[in-house]
Design a binder for this molecule. Sequence first.
Ligand SMILES: Nc1ncnc2c1ncn2[C@@H]1O[C@H](COP(=O)(O)OP(=O)(O)OP(=O)(O)O)[C@@H](O)[C@H]1O
Ligand SMILES: [Mg+2]
Length: 500
Amino acid sequence: MPDDPILQLRQVSKRYPGTLAVDRVDLTVRRGEVHAVMGENGAGKSTLMKILAGSFADYTGIIEVDGRAARISSPAQAKTHGIEMIYQELSLAGPLSVAENVLAGRLPRRGFFLDRRTMVAEGRRYLEQVGLDTHPMQPVEMLSQHEAQLVEIAKALSNDPAVLVMDEPTSALSRAEVKRLFAIIARLKQRGVTIIYISHHLSEVYQIADRITVMRDGRKIATVIPADVDPPTLVEMMIGRPATQAQIERKREPGRKRFRVRNFTRAGFFHDIRFFVRAGEILGIGGLAGAGRTELARGLSGVDPVDSGDMIFDGKYVDPASMRACMRQGIAYLTEDRKRQGLALRLSALTNTANAVHAKRGHLLARRQRKELFSCQAAQLQLHPAQPQRQAAQFSGGNQQKVLLGKWLATAPEVLILDEPTRGVDVGAKKVIHEKVVQLADQGKCVLLISSDLPELAALADRVMIMRKGRFTREMSKVELSENAILLAANADREANPHD
Ligand SMILES: Nc1ncnc2c1ncn2[C@@H]1O[C@H](COP(=O)(O)OP(=O)(O)OP(=O)(O)O)[C@@H](O)[C@H]1O
Ligand SMILES: [Mg+2]
């Protein structure tokens, strides 16, 4: 029975203090379908799904599971209905091992003691399903972000869900991992598992969704079949007006060489990296996850130590051993990992914004200056809601990314190292960020753009360096740049050297 609903929501609402995040939503999810949920940042997607996962006791409206009314007011109750969720903000316990996280709540025991052998074996079995070969006893905090995301997926699968909700599961995954995830989704679907899939990526949604629900401002706009709507129409449904596709204009050509890096090496991570960035140039760094791009960025901004190498900015040496010195000479690093490293989630957006400026200047700003700094960034990046006192954790995912970017822009950097700057932001916000990056370049600043989003690299970068296994293997000029070319270059040397 293809139309047989597994979930039926009637007039479901959820209010946070001051925000009606989900507003009288009616939604039918059919058994065994892949149901995509789309909408702008802050549309209410995560909140709606958290209701299903039992995060809130205070939602209103009716939820029916398998045709029977169910009150889902705790994660345990969601589990009894077979509902599992992979959270946008990963929910893993950092100090615990991968296996303990995956098997949480039903760790194998022998008498009083944990049965370590079984734990390792069980853990490994689930990790294999997602194609991750880290050791099950490894603490989660030692993992990279994309590995943590895979562990999160393994954890949800280990509970054998009937309904699996995935909230932007691919935001930290490489193309190869996305493919693997889609294979897992296909397998789960065959087994009759129902999947609800939140994503900002139109291409992903068209690939895997049977139906798409669009949300806007907490309301459900419609549920449609992908074949019935083309991407521009879908975007229009999300933003409530026709989408415009204006090219971003560059106002000037890159000028003199402003930022130079020579012999940059950190054993095991990157080797003999050399490049320059001109005034007003956007230098892209392409490559596959694990190529060493983030490690390089962390070395260039003084976050991690390097073994050797010179950095010269405007003719002056910058000491990579000191993060403070890097900041003072104008280097800003936007981390790819906003939840774990970028933001102090419990502090207000205002404090987050001011913190980087404080660190750079070495003294505190007056209250009024802090406020001005915040409102200026909030307005530029269209932060929503633009409330300075709101905790970082209480913004939607895409708006947290804007807080993070604003915090670095507030330091008035001269060299911007951007690591996946538009991760998790919606189409509109992405455009705003792209325009901002181009505007900074037009002011003569140097931009290093690390991105796994190939259209983004192709659209913004003047040149792209391809990084592979810790080395720059190729440089591509603006003329050579196209999505396909970047992808091929990132993989090409892999085929050429099958043994390394
Ligand atoms: N913990 C919270 N406290 C208060 N308001 C919140 C909280 N979490 C989200 N909100 C607000 O609820 C609304 C819906 O947010 P939600 O996180 O559901 O959006 P989303 O569609 O998942 O967006 P994104 O694509 O950016 O992840 C937003 O206006 C947001 O600011
Ligand atoms: Mg969300």
